[in-house]
Design a protein around this ligand. Structure first.
Ligand code: TYD
Ligand code: MG
Length: 467
């Protein structure tokens, strides 16, 4: 079969299409498909003479292996997210929206490592040396031995970092600026980004240097996003946060050398990122406990408990189709909870707009937040504030039952530590600590919760046609 001369590659997910289309079948994104030359880059393409293979020695699964050697930054939130420091000979991808603070974080990490006597090379493809220096001054990193280069060509970068003593850590900021002579596509395309990343990973494996790659999350398809190289690297961290808020979360989504679902929490200040060792205090900082519609969710991020406020506003609508707006949570889960409230608890929401917000711009992914969301919704609709010293967690099923979730003891311990004396949690929860003095209320099902919050509040079951 004749090979097509060009191929069309989605810049978001890397799916290859035979012809151009407005929407990618692979990831559903629009306008992300770009024409690329299939020759060159990793995977090569036709036209190159097949090389005769060389047999490698087969081995067994058992045998002595050392623990992955790590270099610690001493920035404990960063070390926590990477699973105990950067692993030598591995490649880590740090993704995030432009301007979120990736370069800042890595400059601080570079300075910290350099102070510990490591040889660090920072390759900036986006900013000129002067700009990087300015940032370093602001971050109090200018007086360290971090080596700096402003370069984007893959071959030149490799030649630079191979010269002299082997570096302990190389930072490439960012992968989207990398371009190689061996790939014909335009800089920033999937082929170029993959070729560049592949070369950097090869360098890390060969020399034992740790490689940190920065990747911008891209909304438009013109340049390739970090997703297209996720499978190639050893660990993937995403740096998240809301522009309107100061704190940032470093979240592990893949880690071949440590746990995933860990987070590191930072706060952006005028002197760079500051570690936040107790995130719950930060998220609950600006709480107004007397207002209806706010419930504190006792969540978990990996091994770490995080308390955060869920806010709901339920207001009568004048629209034919009421609005459902969610920030920081899954909107289809909200629809599910609204449906369960209507079907099993007689709570009418069909004539109400529903707004749900997770305080501080935090994003919850746990289904355990169901109970807190339902409590906030009922509280707002009934116009009754929830007890200020109570936390909520539990998963709600379609039948209205409240299901136990994992790590009950840790959630309750964190709540107690922060002065919460009460909790509403699923009945039949395992590991509920006894005799700690906390008021732990076990909830069987959603009607039970609604009755406890709103009692016989008339506003709840008021049929809209009545008025
Ligand atoms: P940056 O690290 O350049 O983001 P990225 O590399 O992810 O694109 O961070 C840029 C933002 O951080 C910018 O809006 C300014 C802010 N910032 C501070 O608030 N304080 C600081 O000390 C620094 C260096 C940056
Ligand atoms: Mg940057």
């Amino acid at each position: 079969m004749a090979k097509p001369k060009t191929q069309f590659v989605c810049q978001n997910c890397g799916t290859v299409h035979n012809r151009w289309a407005g929407k990618c079948d692979g990831c559903g994104e629009w306008n992300t498909i770009v024409e690329e030359d299939p020759m060159g880059g990793i995977g090569g393409g036709p036209g190159r003479a097949p090389k005769k293979g060389r047999a490698v020695a087969l081995t067994t699964l058992s045998g002595e292996t050392e623990r992955a050697p790590r270099i610690h930054t001493g920035i404990s939130e960063l070390d926590r997210a990477t699973g105990g420091g950067f692993v030598r000979g591995s490649a880590v991808l740090i993704g995030g929206d432009p301007g979120i603070g990736k370069s800042t974080l890595l400059m601080q990490a570079a300075a910290a490592l350099s102070r510990r006597g490591h040889r660090i090379i920072y390759v900036s493809g986006e900013e000129a040396v002067a700009q990087v220096r300015l940032r370093a001054q602001r971050l109090d990193a200018a007086n360290t031995e971090v080596l700096l280069a402003a370069e984007t060509n893959v071959e030149d970068i490799l030649a630079t970092i191979s010269e002299g003593k082997r570096p302990d850590l190389v930072i490439i900021d960012s992968i989207q600026t990398l371009w190689s002579d061996t790939a014909d596509s335009a800089p920033g395309t999937v082929t170029q980004v993959r070729t560049g990343v592949q070369a950097m990973i090869r360098f890390a494996k060969q020399t034992g240097a740790a490689m940190v790659l920065v990747g911008h999350v891209t909304k438009e398809g013109q340049i390739a996003g970090p997703r297209v190289v996720e499978h190639m690297v050893d660990a993937v961290l995403y740096f998240e946060g809301d522009r309107g808020h100061h704190y940032r979360i470093l979240r592990t989504v893949k880690n071949r050398f440590g746990p995933t679902d860990e987070i590191g929490v930072f706060e952006m200040s005028d002197k760079g990122l500051r570690e936040v060792s107790n995130p719950s205090e930060l998220f609950l900082g600006e709480r107004n406990a007397k207002a209806p519609g706010a419930a504190v969710f006792a969540g978990m991020e990996g091994t770490r408990p995080v308390l955060v406020e869920v806010q709901a506003l339920v207001a009568p609508t004048s629209l034919g189709t009421p609005r459902r707006a969610v920030v920081g949570w899954d909107s289809s889960r909200l629809s599910m909870i609204l449906a369960v409230l209507e079907a099993h608890c007689g709570v009418r929401l069909g004539q109400h707009d529903v707004y749900l917000n997770v305080a501080g711009g935090y994003r919850i992914s746990e289904p355990a937040a169901d109970l807190a969301v339902a409590s906030a919704l009922v509280s707002s609709l009934a116009g009754l504030a929830l007890p200020a010293d109570c936390v909520y967690f539990g998963e709600i099923s379609l039948s209205g039952a409240v299901r136990p979730v994992s790590q009950t003891a840790q959630r309750l311990k964190e709540a107690e530590k922060l002065g919460f004396a009460g909790a509403m949690l699923p009945a039949a929860s395992a590991e509920v600590p006894k005799g700690t003095g906390g008021r732990w209320t076990e909830i069987d099902d959603l009607p039970d919760l609604v009755a406890r919050i709103a009692g016989s509040s008339a506003r709840l079951r008021q049929a809209p046609e009545d008025d």
